[in-house]
Ligand binder design. Structure first.
Ligand SMILES: Nc1ncnc2c1ncn2[C@@H]1O[C@H](COP(=O)(O)OP(=O)(O)O)[C@@H](O)[C@H]1O
Ligand SMILES: [Mg+2]
Length: 214
């Protein structure tokens, strides 16, 4: 038995179980084992992720976070664009400073690879990062470049109502981001293109990243 549907993302539905716990269920066949191992590892290092209580197949029972997503907080004006963008950069910096799990390639770092305003919940215990399905060890510039490209997809779309705020966010993010967010941009574009199954052109977004980084 699940409770009421709280939210749906691109891949999963999230149901309330009670006021402390949610069930996150993939709409596709999935095995959350790797994702949950990453979340538990990060929680053990004090990184802000939801606590996971149970996991099986496409299902995960986890801590229910009590705030809006960063995207929702931008929308209501509860959070300033530049402050939020700086927060994204800080979350990536803190993540990339952590020691990767045993067995990860030498010099690699833990990457989220989808860290954008819809995957951060502004909870009463501070910003918490959700949606770890892409997490792996690798080059941190891939992670910061991907966050920049995702913000740029909105900023570079003249039809999008949030294009202006997204450009502000992108500029503030690039000013504060760790590492070199444009260094692996070609690889970042290929990764994002695979993630979106080639459904959206990314050339204008990539140009936007470069122009806002100047
Ligand atoms: N632990 C949680 N507590 C409360 N709401 C959550 C939690 N995890 C996810 N959500 C809500 O569900 C939405 C989708 O979850 P997410 O893990 O990002 O799935 P997707 O892969 O589909 O994007 C989030 O944007 C958020 O609104
Ligand atoms: Mg998500």
């Amino acid at each position: 038995m699940t409770g009421p549907l709280l939210a749906s993302g691109r891949e999963a539905d999230v149901y309330a179980l009670d006021d402390r716990r949610v069930l996150r269920r993939y709409r596709r066949e999935a095995d959350v084992t790797g994702e949950v191992a990453a979340m538990r590892y990060l929680a053990g290092l004090g990184y802000p992720v939801p606590a996971v209580y149970e996991a099986a197949g496409p299902d995960m029972v986890m801590e229910r976070l009590d705030g809006p997503t960063m995207a929702e907080a931008f929308g209501t004006g509860a959070l300033g664009i530049e402050e939020g963008a700086a927060g994204l950069a800080d979350l990536l910096r803190e993540l990339h400073e952590l020691p990767p799990w045993p067995g990860a390639a030498a010099g690699s770092r833990i990457l989220h690879l989808d860290l954008h305003p819809e995957n951060v919940i502004m909870s009463s215990r501070g910003p918490v990062v959700i949606d770890w399905c892409n997490a792996r060890a690798g080059d941190p510039d891939l992670d910061t470049g991907l966050t920049a490209l995702i913000l740029a997809q909105v900023a570079a779309d003249p039809e999008h109502a949030q294009a202006g705020p997204a450009e502000l966010a992108l500029t503030a993010f690039l000013r504060r981001a760790p590492g070199a967010p444009t260094r692996l941009l070609d690889e970042v574009v290929r990764f994002r293109d695979r993630q979106l199954d080639g459904t959206e052109p990314l050339d204008r977004a990539a140009e936007k990243v470069l122009s806002c980084a100047r």
